[in-house]
Design a protein around this ligand. Structure first.
Ligand code: NAG
Ligand code: NAG
Length: 327
């Protein structure tokens, strides 16, 4: 009974860690190339080995690119997370998006956009492409015909194009007018320099303006991603790190309490058995404990306490290692 209750509480904590915000793992668009590689197996194998190299880099830098193989089947892969994702969120996004792209094979590759990250693969070096055929926008069906909404967009989007290139290619915006709030995000791939980023975002703003009066619009360019929405989709990477730290601390306290309770329960039980063995003819009755017997039991418990301490301390270290991964 108690075990089931504890399990439920623990599951709730784990769920709250996962669903505290929009995870931004939704598929926005996928487009595949049209020409086919000569050796599909080698191409796929090289893709897999590149992913393994990119994984730790994505976690660290939220950006990675790599290539492998020989032309014409040499494969180039580039991936980028939006800068407001935490390292953990970026790793999750990369795990998902890198699994969606292979549906394009045996063509030479393609592009996939999720709300949190981007990946592209092809058999030539496209790394520094700013715009390309296949750049598109995605507009929501629901619209806001309010004039204030258009005014905010007309004001905010060009400011994002000016700001983002100076802020390492990333900007998160929020602007209100007469009670209408619009959120915006711009992200250039880190491989582009400032001028390339500017020109990519200028193109993206043109694309996304065609979405107005949609409540939400996205521009999907070869070198950048731009999004506006009446809905607040941005993550505060610092706040989420603090939240992870707090939640993992709660889990730590909770699990320690469980281990201690179990250890004490087991200790008491063993103490009771030991007492019974020492006094085989007497029935154990909680209320009739004589002082000598209690003293015996206490000694036994004290002896066992060092074991208990060791157990929880060992747990302590293990959990510290675990929580380190969250932040
Ligand atoms: C990419 O693959 C296509 C189809 O196999 C091939 O025609 C083209 O030459 C390749 N590109 C490069 C740069 O090798
Ligand atoms: C707010 O709306 C009113 C009329 O609806 C308009 O006259 C006013 O200029 C607006 N204010 C701003 C800051 O746009």
């Amino acid at each position: 009974m108690a075990g089931a209750a504890l399990l439920i509480i623990f599951s709730l904590i784990v769920i709250s860690v996962r669903s505290y915000a929009d995870t931004r793992l939704d598929l926005v668009a996928r487009s595949c190339e049209t020409t086919t590689v000569l050796n599909k197996d080698d191409y796929l194998k090289n893709y897999e080995s590149i992913l393994q190299k990119m994984e730790p880099e994505m976690y660290r830098n939220k950006f990675a690119f790599n290539e492998a193989g020989k032309p014409p089947d040499k494969i180039y892969v580039l991936s980028q997370c939006m800068n407001d994702l935490s390292s953990v969120e970026c790793a999750q996004c990369f795990a998902r998006i890198s699994n969606i792209l292979p549906a394009c094979f045996p063509t030479t590759g393609g592009r996939v956009y999720l709300d949190g990250c981007f990946i592209r693969a092809n058999n030539y070096s496209f790394y520094r492409e700013v715009t390309a055929n296949g750049d598109i926008n995605r507009c929501s069906d629901d619209v806001d015909t309010n004039e204030d909404f258009k005014m905010v967009l007309r004001d905010m989007l060009p400011r994002m194009v000016r700001k983002a290139p100076d802020k390492k290619g990333f900007a998160l915006f929020q602007e209100s007018r007469n009670g209408t709030t619009v959120h915006g995000m711009a992200q250039c791939w880190k491989i582009l320099d400032k001028e390339m980023c500017s020109s990519c975002l200028a193109d993206a703003v043109d694309l996304v303006f065609r979405c107005v009066p949609s409540k939400e619009g996205r521009a999907l360019n070869a070198g950048c991603f731009l999004r506006y929405s009446t809905y607040d989709f941005g993550h505060d990477a610092n706040a989420s790190a603090v939240r992870y730290a707090i939640i993992s601390f709660i889990i730590y306290i909770f699990l320690t309490a469980v281990v201690c309770t179990l250890a004490v329960a087991i200790g008491l039980r063993l103490g009771k058995m030991a007492y019974k063995q020492m006094n085989p003819r007497r029935e154990w009755k909680g209320k009739e404990v004589d002082l000598a017997a209690l003293d015996q039991a206490m000694k036994f418990l004290q002896f066992k306490f060092s074991t208990l301490e060791k157990a929880t301390d060992c747990f302590n270290e293990a959990n510290k290692l675990g929580s380190g991964g969250y932040v």
